[in-house]
Structures are given as C-alpha cells and as structure tokens.
Design a protein around this ligand. Structure first.
Ligand code: CTP
Length: 399
C-alpha cells in the first residue's frame, strides 16, 4: 500500500521510526510527513534514511506549493502516529496551518490515528470530544497503551506498540474495498409516533449504531442508503440519507429502495405501536385521566423477511433480558440471516452509548459474542461476519 505516515511532536515520535521501518519491511511505500514540533524530537533524516524518500515538513516551500494535494491523491491510507492532543484537536476542527493538517483535509481515504500523550491530557473532556468527532468521521483510533509515561505518571497515554499499529493498518488495508459494487440499505434511529400535532411516543435510540454501520459500509466501498428516524447526528460522509419520522414512513422508504439493495440492515428501533388516527388538534387537559388506544405499526423487518429474495437480511434485537434466546427467536420469526442482539437499559452499552456489546445470531446456527467496543468497530465486525455468512450460505446453496 501507499501509506502516508504523519508524525506529530511528542516524545513518542521516536517510536514512529520503528513503525516506518516495520511498514517498509512489509513492502509498503511510506511517505513521512512531520510537523514542526516533531522535528524537535526526531530529525527528518532518520525517516528519510528508513523510507528512502524525502520527508515532507514545510507547506510553504516553493517546490511544494500544491504538493499536499498531490500527496493526498497519490496515497491510499493516512496513518498519524503519534497523534498529540494538539494535532487531534486540529484534525477535529479542520484547522490547516501546516503540511500535515492541510494534507489531512485534502485526503479522502481511510485515516488511522494513534494518539500518545500525558494521562490527564488523554482523559480531558476536550480530547475525548475531539476523538469522538474523529470516530464519527469513520477514522480508526488505535487506543494508547497504559503504563509508565515519559512525564512520570502512570496510566493510559503511551503510544500503542508499533507492531499493534501495523496490525491495525493490516486490518484497514484488508477491509478497504470489500463492499465495493454492493448497495447496503440501513435503517437507524428511533421512530416518532404522533399523538396529536405537538406530542409523540418514541424511544431512547440515538441512531449511533446504525450511523456507525453506514460509515463502515461506505468506508468499505459500498453505496449506502441510510433511512433514518429523527436523530442528532451528522450525515456520514458519502452516504445517501433519507429522513423519516414514523414507522409507516420508514416502511414506505425501505420498500421504495429495496430493489437497489444487496444487503439490508434494520438497526432502527421502530416503535411497535402508534395511533392510527392522529387528532388534528392538541389533546386538551379536560379529563383527570385519559387512555389511548394504540394499534400495532407495520413490522418492517418481518415483511422484509417475506420479500427479501436473494438479499442478505440483518435484524436487531434490543433486549433487557434473555438476549440469546430472543435474538434466535427473532431470527426465525422474521426470516433473517443474522440478528444482532444487544442488551439495552444497561450503562455503557446499547442505546445512547458510544460503545456496544452485542451477540450475533446467524442462520448457520452459530452465535458469536463480540467484545465491548466503540460502535464503529462493532460495525466493522458485523460486516466481517455478514460477508463471511454470505459466503457460507452461497456455499451451502451450491452457488
Ligand atoms: N422492527 C421493524 N418494525 C417494527 C418493529 C421492529 O422492522 N414495527 C425491527 C427492528 O428494526 C429490529 C427488529 O425488528 O431490527 C427487532 O426489533 P425489536 O424492537 O427488538 O423487536 P420487536 O419485533 O419489536 O419484538 P419485541 O417487542 O417482542 O421485543
């Protein structure tokens, strides 16, 4: 692969030399770009000697006036190691005042960020928020290790081992375009079912899992149609977003787009009941107690199960108990190929959380538990299994 290695100014910059050496050893082409601060820790000559290429440092050199654009276009992966708190903040906010940050904005391929900093800087709310922004953009964060830090403190913040970064690069390279040519239809978020012109029933789904799936699919080369209930999330890069509000609207948009789809993933938390006849005016507080008669909404996933044809269908099961059993039951009753079961109503997983811990119930009879991880990583694991499952089903059908 043609890789850009961005090196920022932290004491861990010396480990980037080992990373460059390992990448060269694996026959990648490595173009190093250093910030001014990085040059204070390691000389560009070190990297030039290891990679056999001139190291890029200066945005304003005459010969490199537009070089950041051509370098961005010519490379397939941008790895930033070490990424300091300052550099992460610049990336998150789109500041572009040197070669590396300008190149970052001009680069359209996958980005892998390996942070290294003092433990308090790592845990600071500003750094957490900036990293969340990068994750939402679909960048892969290689978490720092915990241990003794150069500042004398102990805790998370030490640059991940160069071998671990090389491994993460390998995973990224492998996944790069394995959904190219496919169309993935994803639903995400809650639905809102109106009770009158100003009120509605809904649920606590944030849409984060569905959006992470959309980002992962787009990053792997798929055309992605994301049918989204009301959420507070930015549209993922390169994804076609269709905004809906109610279960009925979601059903309509799903079936309008079904023909184009090869893979359908129903991550939305669709309301199960609604008022089929919504009053034209606000319900007034005239009685001491009111009851509402709710009717079931259309079960979109079950209908997809009947009409899916050759498509691979993935449902979700949001449960507060009996996760495995319920995931299997929904797999059968809704004729899915995979059901992603997640526990909701627990802290640090499920609805609203940035992390998720799920099990995958597959049509082959397997049940695969995935470790708790950021939703974007869980999304990639789900696609890994979707592709594996499709091969297994094709093999079983003799295709
Ligand atoms: N689903 C759907 N349409 C509905 C309700 C649910 O398409 N009207 C889909 C969800 O998108 C999800 C799956 O069905 O992929 C399971 O949703 P969940 O709320 O966990 O299950 P329910 O079918 O509603 O069953 P129960 O309420 O018994 O748990």
């Amino acid at each position: 692969m043609k890789i850009i290695l961005g090196v920022a100014g932290g004491i861990a910059a010396y480990k980037a030399a080992e990373l460059a050496r390992l990448l060269m050893q694996e026959s990648h082409e490595v173009q190093v770009v250093m910030t001014k601060a990085a040059e204070k820790f390691v000389r560009p000559l070190t990297f030039a000697a290891l990679t056999g290429r001139k190291v890029l440092t200066n945005l304003f050199a005459i010969e490199s006036a537009i070089e950041h654009i051509s370098v961005a276009q010519e490379h397939e992966l941008l790895v930033i190691a070490p990424a300091t708190a300052d550099l992460i903040a610049k990336l998150a906010h789109g500041l572009a005042d040197d070669f590396l940050t300008t190149l970052y904005l001009a680069f359209t391929g996958p980005v892998l960020v390996a942070p290294a900093m003092n433990v308090n800087m790592w845990q600071h709310a500003a750094t957490r928020a900036n990293l969340d922004t990068l994750r939402l953009r679909g960048h892969r964060i290689v978490e720092p290790d915990s241990g003794y830090l150069a500042c004398g403190m102990t805790g998370p913040g030490r640059l991940a081992d160069p071998e671990a970064i090389v491994e993460a690069i390998g995973r990224e390279a492998h996944k790069r375009r394995d959904l190219a040519g496919e169309t993935v239809l994803i639903t995400a978020g809650p639905t809102q079912e109106p009770l009158d012109p100003v009120r509605y029933i809904s649920n606590r789904s944030s849409g984060k899992m569905g959006y992470a799936l959309a980002e992962a699919a787009a990053a792997r080369g798929a055309r992605v149609i994301l049918i989204s209930g009301p959420v507070h999330l930015p549209a993922p890069h390169g994804v076609e977003v269709v905004a809906v509000r109610t279960a009925v609207e979601m059903r309509q948009k799903v079936f309008e787009n079904l023909d184009a789809a090869d893979i359908v993933i129903k991550a939305a938390a669709v309301a199960d009941f609604h008022l089929s006849k919504v009053p034209d005016h606000k319900i007034k507080k005239t009685a001491a107690r009111i009851s509402l008669e709710l009717d079931p909404t259309p079960d979109i996933l079950a209908e997809l199960g009947r009409k899916k044809g050759g498509r691979l269908l993935v449902g979700f099961a949001a449960e507060t108990q009996n996760l495995q059993q319920e995931a299997r039951r929904k797999l059968e009753s809704k004729n899915c190929d995979m059901v992603v079961g997640n526990l909701v109503g627990v802290s640090d997983s499920g609805f609203e959380s940035d992390q998720n811990e799920v099990i995958l119930a597959l049509r082959t009879g397997e049940t695969i538990p995935l470790p708790r991880a950021p939703k974007r990583e869980v999304a990639d694991c789900i696609f890994d299994q979707v592709l594996r499952l499709r091969l297994a089903l094709h093999a079983a059908n003799g295709n």
